[in-house]
Design a protein around this ligand. Structure first.
Ligand SMILES: Nc1ncnc2c1ncn2[C@@H]1O[C@H](COP(=O)(O)OP(=O)(O)OP(=O)(O)O)[C@@H](O)[C@H]1O
Length: 584
């Protein structure tokens, strides 16, 4: 019932689109009611031997009704497309908003491929259910109720027989309900596994080729698809089987009613007109019963789809998915407001107190980290591989939700770090940057207003000006999947340029050095600190960064082992000596 309420909420939130679609379909289904009554009159007149001009009037009217029906079906195709689009878009937009609200590093529980499947197919299932239940079934239901009223007046005993197939359909739906759900769940799960494998294969093409793993990948993919094939066929066969059972029950039911009607004609309880309208309406009432079975089956499928959507990310519930969010279909999308900081909000100091995040999967992470970063200083986080450097940055920025600890900005507690630590407070460059398949310029701006941004300065600070000069269309060159491929170092610096264009209070670099040569890295730090008010936290084991640091935070096994300037640490800390010895 909760799923049904959720779907009703979609209709309530977007009533115009739904009502347009429903009314046009209801109109299209109501015309046959008139057609039936006209046919009854024509045949009753015919039986009475009346073939005068009134019959032709009836026939003319009959054709007019048919044409009106064609017109309403045409309009339904338009209104229904809008209603489908609006209902699924509402769920899609809400789902996307909810995913975006999650801490960045843990936004999705599923693979990208499987998440896309949910966006496309699971939400498509909800859209489909709304059309079948609230346009088609509801319209046919109202038509059937009205036509039953006409038929009861003609012969109530025979009319009651119409319900016998309905009872059989209800019994079948109840008996098969669990099986419908199970088969759909298995199918959905197997499809998810295949989509995930496909996504991983595409991102790892290079590794597959380098290690000559094509055959084993193919074998594995074949295995997954064979499993999926089995579940998909079982699910679809079962659905089709149910549909054909409903259809056959109806045919048998209609046949039985016709036999009873024919006896009534024999006993002259029915005239030709009554008989005609009975047969004509029966056809539509039967489709109501078929729709009923169809709707019940689709409802079970929709419940599986809703569960699968909720599983995409932690804490997504039905209410979230149907909030009345604007879709901006006809309205102008409001301009994005850039955040400007009040003077009191500008950075003076950033600190953490006992910050703790341990990955539930491995138990690795950081524990009880307390640190302090002053304005206009350079803090370097260093430590061996796996010591917790990346986890510390991600937790500090709210990309991972800490299990314990607090973060303070200018001595004020930050309650929602993931919403707070965005430009112009903080700009962050992750260890592995990601780009869109568009121009260098758009990748740097990422939605920021071009007229309010100094792209050339950002490129200069990131030591990227020569690279940009050497590519064909400069900052207008398309990069990524559909364009020029950038080297690891170019990607790191493009990510830095993305930060610098934001002119943030604090720059956070996660291991930018890893893909840069010593000279380029040196140039980057020099240019950055020529800028008077730069405050920076960087993960690095490079000598250039360590020498420059105002404060080094040395991590070991997720804890702060020591803090201070390079000379102090080299004087009394073996771990620091080891890292310095290995660094360049
Ligand atoms: N996504 C994850 N899931 C589970 N455990 C993780 C995850 N990421 C990191 N860990 C674990 O947390 C610990 C700290 O990892 P982290 O990546 O923060 O270290 P690091 O110092 O940044 O390493 P590197 O120098 O290799 O970047 C490690 O023990 C690692 O295995």
């Amino acid at each position: 019932m909760k799923n049904f309420k959720m779907i009703l909420k979609i209709l309530k939130n977007k009533p115009i689109a739904f009502l347009n679609s429903y009314i046009t379909y209801q109109l299209a289904t109501m015309f046959p009611l008139v057609t039936g009554l006209l046919m009854r009159e024509i045949f009753s007149n015919y039986e009475k031997g009346k073939t005068d001009t009134t019959v032709w009037w009836f026939i003319g009217f009959f054709i007019a009704v048919l044409l009106a029906r064609i017109v309403s079906v045409y309009f339904y195709s338009i209104t229904n497309a809008t209603s489908r689009f609006v209902s699924s878009s509402l769920v899609r937009v809400n789902l996307l908003n909810k995913i975006m609200e999650k801490p960045g590093a843990k936004a999705l529980n599923k693979s990208n491929g499987d998440t896309l499947n949910s966006f496309r197919e699971d939400i498509g299932q909800i859209e489909d259910f709304i059309t079948v239940c609230f346009n088609e079934f509801l319209s046919v239901f109202i038509f059937s109720a009205l036509s039953l009223f006409v038929l009861i007046k003609i012969n109530y005993k025979i009319t009651l027989l119409v319900f016998s197939p309905l009872i059989s359909v209800i019994i079948i739906v109840r008996m098969t309900g669990n099986r419908i759900t199970k088969y759909r769940k298995d199918n959905r799960k197997a499809t998810g596994v295949v989509s995930s494998a496909l996504g991983e294969m595409f991102t790892n093409i290079q590794a597959i080729k380098v290690y000559g793993s094509e055959e084993s990948m193919k074998e594995n993919f074949k295995k997954l698809n064979t499993a999926r094939e089995k579940f998909a066929i079982r699910d679809n066969m079962f659905t089709q089987l149910l549909m054909s059972i409903y259809e056959n029950i109806l045919s048998i039911g209609t046949g039985m009613i016709l036999i009873v009607v024919s006896f009534s004609i024999k006993e002259e309880k029915f005239n030709l007109g009554d008989f005609t309208i009975f047969i004509y309406y029966m056809n539509f009432i039967s489709s109501f019963i078929q729709y009923f079975g169809n709707v019940m089956t689709k409802y079970k499928h929709t419940a599986v789809a809703i569960k699968s959507i909720s599983d995409i990310s932690e804490g997504i519930n039905r209410e979230n998915l149907v909030e009345n969010t604007p879709l901006y279909i006809k309205e102008e999308i409001p301009e994005i407001q850039e955040n400007n900081l009040e003077d009191g909000d500008k950075l003076t100091a950033l600190s953490t107190e006992n910050l703790t995040y341990l990955y539930p999967e491995t138990g690795g992470g950081i524990e009880n980290i307390s640190l302090n970063v002053e304005k206009n200083t350079f803090t370097v986080v260093t430590g061996r591989v796996g010591s917790g450097k990346t986890t510390l940055l991600r937790t500090l920025l709210g990309l991972l939700k800490p299990q314990d600890g607090k973060v303070y900005w200018n001595n004020n507690l930050v309650n929602k770090p993931d919403e707070f630590f965005i430009p112009p407070r903080i700009a962050y460059s992750p260890q592995i940057p990601h780009f869109f398949s568009t121009t260098v310029e758009e990748n740097i701006l990422l939605g920021k207003d071009k007229n309010k941004s100094d792209i050339n300065n950002a490129i200069y600070l990131a030591v990227m000006e020569k690279d940009i000069e050497n590519i064909q269309n400069g900052i207008h060159t398309v990069i990524g999947t559909n364009g020029v491929k950038l080297s690891g170092g170019q990607q790191q610096r493009l990510s830095a340029a993305r930060m610098f264009v934001r002119d943030a209070e604090l720059f956070v670099f996660d291991d930018i050095s890893s893909a840069l040569d010593v000279e380029t890295e040196e140039a980057l730090w020099t240019r950055l600190f020529e800028k008077e008010n730069a405050t920076c936290i960087a993960v690095s084991n490079r000598r250039g960064a360590l020498k420059r640091a105002d404060n080094i935070i040395l991590l070991k096994d997720g804890k702060v082992m020591a803090q201070g300037k390079l000379d102090e640490l080299l004087g009394n800390n073996e771990e620091m000596k080891l890292i310095w010895g290995e660094s360049i």
